[in-house]
Design a protein around this ligand. Sequence first.
Ligand SMILES: Cc1ncc(COP(=O)(O)O)c(C=O)c1O
Length: 447
Amino acid sequence: MEARPVGAAAELSMAGLHASLSDPALESMNFLNEVASRYPQAISFASGRPCEEFFDIALIHQYIDSFCDYLRNELGYAEPRLSQALFQYGRTKGIIHELVARHLAVDEGIHVDPESVVVTVGCQEAMFIVLRALRRDERDVLLAISPTYVGLTGAARLVDMPVWPVRSGRSGVDLDDLVEQAARARAAGLRPRACYVMPDFANPSGATLSTEDRQRMLEVAGQQDLLLLEDNPYGTFGNGTRLPTLKALDTGRRVVYLGSFAKTGFPGARVGYAVADQRVIAADGTVSLLADELSKIKSMVSVNTSPVAQAVVGGKLLENDCSVIKANVRETAVYVNNLSQVLDGLARRFPPESAGAGISWNVPGGGFFVVVTLPFAVDDTMLEYSARQHGVLWTPMSHFYGAGNGTHQVRLAYSQLTPDRIEAGLERFTALVADAQQRAAAGSARA
Ligand SMILES: Cc1ncc(COP(=O)(O)O)c(C=O)c1O
């Protein structure tokens, strides 16, 4: 190698850095945030953030106090152990694991040993540590119901684990395709380890799986020896009867359950968790819990989840009998109303016999997202145009697929908007659609 001049500045070649850094999945969130920051006046149907109406700084203090009362009165902590619990490095698997297990029992009918809960820095860390553990070598692949959450794709890229899409079909999961993809992977000498799925009000599709499909999915997972990675950040934000989670139906420890308090608590706390009650058998026959193996990885990623953040989430749980449903009655009402306003607003503006010809959308039962299918292609360039010319932001669905899919679809997130902003945003979106249709017609007339 040629000697470089003394004092020459370091330069790195992208080709010499981890492949994930050149992957569109890792650029996706930054790109969307960056467009939003350039057009602050635009009404955003792009971000699936919780509503901000009930944020209140005083609550943070109140929740910490409630959690300290719990440590004192329920767990018998005296000083200095109490201050140590919040100020010091802490237990890697977390300090609110008992409360998380109570919440799962109360809200989801999931009964797990608190020792199988790993409290993480958001659900994002839970996804990362689970995939890190499952990816032994280049033969391991992850199946995921497509379209899928971009944070999952990104986490898989970080651990060099290919994601194989499984068709969602009309019902939210095509179980024949799941079997076929697992078989194809095996035929190619690969090991399908798990399938990632959001059974309730999925991000981005809004789809919900029927109870029969959930049961069949567990059967297929057993037959195919797959784990199911169940991600459920939106499941409590529905307007009807709740269906059992996969984990509640799971009698064979097939499901690793991924939880987030970003929407049921608040995202700034960065608290999530994994429930990993699977047994891990070592070469010498000793048995451990997958949660304990995950905790080894976590100890080298984030050491432990901030106890201050856990105290805030723990306090919120304690004040609501460990029910996030109870804690979010007002928020759920906002989301449910926003959803019907968006659906009504689309129906009014795009009647099938006139302006809505070729335009359709799904009708989710809850969550944060609606998907609109358009008669013309949409992409990042059109998103920029939409922000600049029409003052409205949304997410091209292509961000949630591998190349070449979702080209005519947009995701509308309505969770953070007020009724006025939804109406104004839909007006702007309607103007964009008319504009794009005119431009498409003019283009085809010229061609
Ligand atoms: C499906 C899904 N999983 C996980 C997350 C990330 O959750 P957290 O903020 O707890 O990391 C999100 C956030 O939007 C999500 O939509």
